[in-house]
Write a protein that binds this ligand. Structure first.
Ligand code: NAD
Length: 510
């Protein structure tokens, strides 16, 4: 049964029905915005942005602080909706979709003023005697925001807060799998006093997302799969607009021989099962030296076995959010088992539950011939590969098309840092699952196929701006220079030789 499916419509409109992955009951319908409607929304956003850009950082922040008030006051409403849309656990809905947005929005409400402060300075070198440079962080205009289904509030609220604090408007196309969370987020923003057209939500599928990229927006902030990211990147290139692409991952966990095994096993379980494994920086591959392999696997199995899944009440691992993801998880498991992988816990869809549930799973005897170790699975699976030593673990961790994040576990923190440095990823954690997205100061973004550009913190919010230098000449006379003569050319040649032919002068000049 498809959880997201087109339904008949009497006119030209494209209507879709969305079902809960837990109850399989309808949770509502959406109508996809047409390309004309997308363009019209961008036009309205552009008008609203002009007034918003004139507001001070403090005025913008005041509205965002009120959005945080709304998130706190209406947290039960948010959690109920997210759980209905995604089937994630209560704890994960609160921590990821309420707590994280509160932290993200507060961070930028408090610090945007500092990150984007106008700076006036004299330039370096001899230019300092003649010029003054003022650097203004100007908003780009209208941001096209396209988001996935695994963190429907968090992955929208974070770029939204940055774009708004930088003085932009946002037109948002949320995932068709979780469309209602974005509507609620917008309601909270409007209730907090955000101007109506400054943040608009347009529903639809990939076609609506593609229309948004083509609609004349000034930048696209995209979070989603590698395949879609490639298309979005191509379209942005054609339209000559900037884009950040936050894409999929296949994060590796390296367990060193000196690691605290209980702590590392707990990290493998949390890193792989959090958000049903639908976490872009979820742990998808675990490399363990043979010296500690058996006790490590034993601990992981002990921790994974008692974890609960349930359609109602408290559970530890939630539903698979989308039927299409269930297909991928099952394909990867089948391929791995055909090639010799052994399942120690879970391993098959739990059909005793009526919704889409894949149990917390532990698999061993895996290797890089398997999709489970090469392609993003995005499911609740700890896949453990035995390696000779830490050196082989680093080689295998880097043997991937992806490079989002990674983690290293050791009791020698310096060594952890050194191994982390060698991992070809956007970021790395030592003795923790990937927490980069949860620390707003830390620039977040993948290398290789995991993305283009970095978001979050100072770097991220500046990405929603054009850094506009205004250069003022502070001398009181004309520079002159015309007419060009043999003598003036000879003078220039001499200056090049005098200044740049001398290592001391060269340093003073620039
Ligand atoms: P997806 O690429 O299928 O869809 C993402 C969004 O793009 C959706 O809103 C979709 O409607 C839209 N879209 C689809 N086709 C489009 C097109 N041609 N032009 C413009 N927009 C289009 O991804 P998904 O399945 O929703 O999300 C899961 C993926 O997101 C995983 O790969 C996961 O790793 C990744 N992800 C990455 C991060 C990160 O920060 N790096 C965070 C969360 C999720």
């Amino acid at each position: 049964m498809a959880l997201f499916a087109q339904i008949p419509s009497e006119d030209e409109q494209r209507l879709f029905e969305i079902k809960s992955p837990v109850s399989l009951e309808s949770i509502g319908q959406i109508r996809a915005a047409s390309p004309e409607e997308v363009k019209a929304a961008v036009g309205r956003a552009r008008k609203a942005q002009q007034e918003w850009a004139r507001r001070s950082f403090d005025e913008r922040a005041e509205v965002l602080w009120r959005v945080v008030d709304q998130l706190v006051e209406r947290q039960d409403e948010i959690v109920d909706l997210v759980v209905k849309e995604t089937g994630k656990t209560l704890q994960e809905a609160i921590s990821m979709e309420v707590l994280a947005p509160c932290m993200q929005i507060s961070h930028y409400a408090k610090r945007a003023k500092k990150y984007l402060a106008t700076v006036t300075k004299r330039p370096a070198g001899v230019m300092r005697f003649a010029k003054k440079v003022t650097l203004h962080y100007q908003p780009l205009g209208v941001i096209g925001l396209i988001t996935p289904w695994n963190g429907p509030v968090a992955l929208a609220a974070n770029p939204l807060a940055q774009a708004l604090m930088a003085g932009n408007a946002v037109v948002h196309k949320p995932s068709e799998v979780t469309p209602f969370s974005a509507v609620l987020l917008r309601d909270l923003c409007v209730a907090a006093g955000l101007p109506e057209d400054l943040y608009q939500v347009l529903q639809g599928d990939g076609a609506t997302g593609a229309a948004l990229v083509e609609s004349g927006v000034d930048k696209v902030s995209f979070t989603g799969s590698v395949a879609t990211g490639r298309k979005v990147g191509e379209a942005c290139g054609r339209n000559l607009i900037p884009v950040t692409l936050e894409l999929g991952g296949k994060d590796a966990m390296i367990v060193c021989a000196d690691a605290d095994l209980d702590r590392a096993a707990d990290g493998a379980v949390r890193g792989s099962f959090f958000n049903t494994g639908h976490y872009c920086c979820g742990t998808e591959r675990v490399y363990v030296p043979e010296a500690i392999y058996a006790p490590f696997v034993e601990r992981v199995v002990e921790m994974a076995k008692p974890l609960r899944q349930a359609e109602q009440g408290i559970s530890d691992v939630g539903a698979v959010f989308w039927d299409k993801q269930m297909d991928i998880i099952e394909d990867h498991m089948r391929d791995a088992q055909d090639k010799g992988a052994r399942v120690l816990v879970g391993g098959e869809r739990d059909r005793s539950l009526s919704g889409y549930f894949f149990p917390p799973t532990v698999v061993v005897d895996v290797d890089h011939s398997m999709d489970l170790m090469r392609r993003e699975t995005f499911g609740p699976i700890v896949a453990i590969q035995k390696v000779r030593d830490e050196e082989e673990a680093v080689e295998l961790a880097n043997d991937s098309d992806y490079g989002l994040s990674g983690n290293v576990w050791t009791s020698d923190l310096d060594k952890g840092g050194r191994i982390g440095e060698r991992m070809v990823t956007g970021s790395v954690s030592v003795n923790d699952i990937s927490v980069t997205y949860g620390i707003p100061e830390a620039p977040f973004g993948g290398v290789k196929e995991s993305g283009v550009g970095q978001v979050n913190g100072e770097v991220g919010i500046r990405g929603y701006c054009h850094l506009h230098p205004v250069i003022v000449d502070t001398t009181k006379k004309a520079q002159g220079g015309y007419p060009y003569t043999e003598e003036s050319a000879a003078g220039l040649r001499k200056m090049v030789k005098t200044v740049f032919g001398n290592r001391l002068l060269r340093r003073l000049f620039v």
